[in-house]
Design a protein around this ligand. Structure first.
Ligand SMILES: [Zn+2]
Length: 83
């Protein structure tokens, strides 16, 4: 689980660390429960900092971006294993 815009994981982002602590769960569980931008299929979310810096995109726009991100990563890892 990662924010593809800043490449940070929930446990590296203070707002989720804090939210997790308040709810006695780990930051990943907290994002799953509380972060509206979390997308199960791609296992990606957009943290608040990036959400605002991206101009508050709609969820449908985020999902499209997440899909593109995952497709690119698959493509890149495909290149790596190809001799
Ligand atoms: Zn981010």
């Amino acid at each position: 689980m990662i924010c593809p815009y800043c490449n940070r994981k929930p446990n590296e982002i203070p707002e989720y660390q804090q939210g997790a602590q308040e709810n006695e769960m780990n930051p990943i569980e907290y994002v799953r429960m509380d972060e509206g931008t979390y997308h199960v299929q791609t296992d990606l979310f957009c943290c608040s900092d990036c959400y605002f810096s991206q101009g508050m995109p709609l969820n449908t726009e985020l999902v499209q971006a997440f899909m593109r991100y995952r497709a690119k990563v698959v493509e890149l890892s495909g290149w790596e294993v190809t001799p």
